[in-house]
Write a protein that binds this ligand. Sequence first.
Ligand code: ZN
Length: 161
Amino acid sequence: MNEELVKIYSSFDIENMASFLDKLVLFVKKNHSIFLKYTLPDFLEGMEKIKSNEMVFGHTDENLEGIINHKKELFEQGMNKRDLCESVLTNAWDVCIYKTEKVCPACGDENLSVTVTSNQNQTVLFCEECLFTEIDGFSVEVKEDLIPANKKQVENYLQQI
Ligand SMILES: [Zn+2]
């Protein structure tokens, strides 16, 4: 698995993150049973359904090139399966997550991200730092797993504010 990821991560291009995301999603699907050992099933299924042509790219405040390069080096050294699975899903999330201008009211450390419940029914603002969740301006506890919102869902959110 590490070797294949070195190839995928080497091909990362900040100008074409859709292609990188496609490769990651395909990798996850191919190794579904391994990912399932370390991941909640609903979250995994939600991430596997992500279609790159429906997503927005480059709206994270993370240094993507730095992160991807660092992970590539770790894959080259050989990463254990648990960390490997977590890294792939986190990086798939990072490339297509939409971070808002709104600072988390709970921790104040991080801007909220636009996510949806894994059944796609509800748009939720989510803090990656403290896991705070907000729906329609109210702090609400969300039991479902959250995945990055797609372009349409992000646009709907932006129209409401
Ligand atoms: Zn927070």
